[in-house]
Design a protein around this ligand. Sequence first.
Ligand SMILES: [Zn+2]
Length: 203
Amino acid sequence: MLLIHEMEGAMPTVYVYAPFTGRITGLDNYCNGSPHYPCRNAQPYQVSPVDIATSGSVLKIYLYPSRVSGVYVYIQSRCCCSYASSYGRTIIVDLYSIEGCYVGSVWYGHVDPLPYDDPDKPKEVREGWNPINGPLPLGRTTLGQCCAPCGCSSGCCYTGPHVHMERTGGARLSLYCGQIVSGGQTPIYRFDYSTPCHAQRAP
Ligand SMILES: [Zn+2]
């Protein structure tokens, strides 16, 4: 029976952890109760949006995954009604497990490029294939940029440096408004997958 079970394959899980230490300010709704619109044209429950705010300073945004060997990345203006600025700038990360399985994707919105004098600049994410050998610097939170996100009835929903996250596939972990999440330690999304892969990619 054990042999048969092994032949049926395994069900491992990829986790994506908080990109920095901060506070949850939005899930399916903002913590003040107003609707939190995804960057995608989707209902919140379909993409499980998460806003994580800094305490006011600009922080670097890292991809912290487990069981991931590489990621395929698209950099687009998809957030804030495709606003063509760093506030709309979106890093879309396709996750490939250590077995080479595509397991799902995570979006990071409002991502500024790193400044040229940042020590992480040479390791900063690039479009296309990026091997994972530790935390991958995606950029940093924006400071002071403001636009009226789609669906905002008036003014600007932006209240300070934060990252907006969404998922494709997988599931959001149980999180709550006001929760302090630790960079690289608090899981935000999980992606259960089965081996052998349904969709595989050769790096
Ligand atoms: Zn958001």
